[in-house]
Design a binder for this molecule. Structure first.
Ligand code: SF4
Length: 274
């Protein structure tokens, strides 16, 4: 019997190329289940992705999809949204794609409050391109470019999104899949830049380098270190150290989205032309 989510996948493109135990499939399924829960029309929903393991997801999803250049998914998505604001535009990106190569596009997408739902699959490393450290590789963790451990402080992409102007910011993990689905679904409701960090296990590139090559180990790490936002807020500061991190809705505010703001420019230009 066909399960309801299977209709959203291009069966002729499967099986996928992700490694056994990879968390990208869990996050991709969470996106389609969020789409289904919101009743979004397939013909009005566009999936845009960049480059990397995460960004291969668009090829498997049976919507209008665009697999773009490295780091450039947000500008492509911005163009689609401005050309047709009726469309639901969802961006799938990775930690390297979004916060390194695409870092500037990310902060300006947030600043403009473009009505996009951006889901960052955070596997803490560049998987597809060879296991190099990304800006979201935790300090001290190993990568091919950091054989003795990453020196750089890690980016908190959620705090970056909030500071840059995103109007919905949430985090969840592949372990908390129903929670992740609901965070994405709530992001789809927000008319503005919605950013959801989906932490996903990468047993091959990240796990093997950091003595967690079993995907179950990585998922247990997520289970043991993720703290729901309400509980996180009550923790004393010394309990927020180490590997612990908050999940849930981290930030939300009302704001005028970019297409609406641009309508004003169109009105002004129309008035000037008369
Ligand atoms: Fe998944 Fe990591 Fe393999 Fe990429 S390298 S497909 S992120 S397990």
């Amino acid at each position: 019997m066909e399960r309801s989510f299977e209709q959203y996948f291009r069966q002729n493109r499967l099986p996928h190329l992700w490694c056994p135990g990879c968390g990208n499939g869990i996050a991709t399924k969470a996106i389609v289940q969020a789409i289904e829960s919101k009743g979004l029309e397939r013909d009005k929903t566009v999936i845009v992705s960049g480059i990397g393991c995460s960004s291969r997801a668009s090829g498997y999803m049976d919507f209008d999809t665009l697999h773009t250049a490295h780091g450039r998914a947000i500008p492509f998505a911005t163009g689609i949204k401005l050309a047709n604001p009726e469309l639901n535009v969802i961006v799938i990106t990775g930690d390297g794609d979004c916060t390194a190569i695409g870092g500037n596009h990310f902060i300006h997408g947030c600043r403009r409050n473009v009505d996009l739902t951006v889901v960052l699959f955070n596997n803490n490393i560049y998987g597809m391109t060879g296991g190099q450290a990304s800006p979201m590789t935790p300090t001290g963790k190993k990568a091919t470019t950091a054989p003795y451990g990453a020196v750089d402080p890690v980016f908190d992409a959620c705090r970056l999104a909030e500071a840059a102007g995103a109007t919905y910011v949430a985090r969840s993990t592949a372990y908390h899949v129903q929670h992740l689905t609901s965070m994405i679904a709530d992001g789809l409701d927000n008319k503005g830049f919605s950013f959801i960090e989906a932490m996903v296990q990468c047993p091959t590139a990240y796990g093997r380098k950091n003595k967690m090559s079993d995907p179950v180990q990585l998922m247990m790490w997520m289970r043991d270190n993720a703290v729901m936002k309400a509980a996180w807020d009550k923790l004393p500061e010394d309990k927020k150290q180490g590997d612990r991190f908050p999940i849930g809705l981290l930030y939300q505010e009302a704001g005028v989205d970019y297409a609406t703001a641009y309508d004003h420019v169109i009105d002004l230009a129309g008035g000037a032309a008369k």
